[in-house]
Design a protein around this ligand. Structure first.
Ligand code: NAD
Ligand code: UFG
Length: 332
């Protein structure tokens, strides 16, 4: 079975390509390298010992996408491609709406024309906004607080409408919580350009002495130690969730949404302390004001993914911290 992975050179896409190849799927990647590098393909091939067909293309290019679908005979698609930085989306909303929505519409049109109607889509816990209670289940009300989140919610709506119009589609919407960590080999991982926005990439740069100290955004939340709580999930566990989702869309028609998280929340200070302990390295930090727009705590109910997809996260927070640091050490 041949799976097209859009954004397959990126952080989550690359780990998912590894799991797909290890599970016996043929993999075709389309990525315009706007936030990744082509050498990721070699690394995926090194890890798996298998070949990946790579197209450096923009998914918004309909002619090219048609050519790829014509020559590759794609069975199913995992759609990761898109821009993902919350702050940048506030500054450049048009760029976010154009890229994330346009690429998805083009992809779906081409899929329809080629009668390929199985898709797994990367959504985000951001669609839950500020949840009224925890853990978050898939039927919680949806609301967004920034353009990035709005693109995810709009794409979910587009997919819903598409399914209503044609019940032949099989659609799995995966709402990721906070992916961190890297592949055990240290060959692939998260490597953002410039100053990171997210916690783990920032911790890693402080530990590596590229940045002086971490700012902890607030210690007056109603949480275990006052710092923000999130559901961190190892990227390899997350990638494995996509294999289960591909199996599901291959077997059953319909549309459904699944949280992919561990179901456990960790505070910023718990993450810092675990990182320091397992890697035996210092991470200097200071407490600063809350970051505007942040919520106090967020973690998933994973029951639906457990029950319906037969998936659950296996790796613990220690492995997430160890593997994130291993990736940096292997790529100095
Ligand atoms: P990433 O930036 O590492 O990967 C995205 C890839 O898509 C990049 O390689 C980029 O070059 C490519 N791309 C972007 N626009 C494209 C286009 N028009 N045509 C072709 N390629 C294009 O991001 P990631 O962390 O791997 O995230 C993957 C998906 O998961 C995204 O849709 C993101 O919004 C979603 N997501 C990520 C997180 C997270 O914390 N990383 C959380 C929730 C959801
Ligand atoms: N934090 C700090 N200092 C930093 C960075 C983060 O204290 O330098 C704190 C935040 O305040 C928060 C926690 O660490 O309490 C996690 O922050 P991240 O920025 O790593 O993650 P968020 O939960 O804020 O957001 C992430 C993605 C969003 C996605 C959301 C839900 O960045 O795109 O998870 O899935 F929408």
């Amino acid at each position: 079975m041949k799976v097209l992975v859009t954004g397959g050179c990126g952080y989550i896409g690359s780990h998912t390509c590894v799991e797909l190849l290890d599970s016996g799927y043929d993999v075709v990647v389309v990525d315009n390298l706007s936030n990744s590098k082509e050498d990721v393909i070699d690394k995926i091939e090194t890890i798996t010992g298998k070949k990946v067909k790579f197209y450096k293309e923009d998914i918004c290019n309909k002619d090219k996408m048609n050519e790829i679908f014509t020559s590759e005979k794609i069975d199913a698609v995992i759609h990761f491609a898109g821009f993902k930085a919350v702050g940048e989306s506030v500054a450049k909303p048009l760029m976010y709406y154009r890229n994330n929505i346009d690429s998805t519409l083009t992809l779906l049109e081409v899929m329809k024309e080629h009668n390929c109607k199985k898709i797994v889509f990367s959504s985000s816990a951001t669609v839950y906004g500020k949840p009224a209670s925890l853990p978050i289940t898939e039927d919680f009300p949806l609301q967004t607080t920034n353009p990035y989140g709005s693109t995810k919610l709009m794409i979910e709506m587009i997919l819903n409408d598409l399914y209503i119009s044609d019940n032949d589609w099989s659609i799995a919407i995966l709402r990721y919580f906070n992916p961190i960590g890297a592949h055990k080999s240290g060959l692939i991982g998260e490597n953002p350009n410039g100053i990171p926005n997210n916690l783990m990439p920032y911790i890693v740069k402080v530990a590596n002495k590229e940045l002086q100290e971490l700012s902890v955004f607030g210690n007056d939340y109603d949480t275990i130690d006052g710092t923000g709580v999130r559901d961190y999930i190892h990227v390899v566990d997350l990638a494995k969730g996509h294999i289960k989702a591909i199996e599901k869309v291959t077997k059953d028609k319909g549309i459904d949404k699944y949280n992919l998280g561990t179901g456990k929340g960790y505070s910023v200070l718990q993450i810092i302390n675990t990182f320091k302990t397992v890697n035996n390295i210092d991470v200097p930090y200071k407490i600063v004001d809350r970051r505007p727009g942040d919520i106090d705590a967020c973690y998933a109910s994973t029951k639906k993914a457990n029950d319906v997809l037969n998936w659950h996260a296996e790796l613990e927070i220690e492995e997430m911290c160890r593997d994130a640091w291993n990736f940096v050490n292997k790529n100095r």
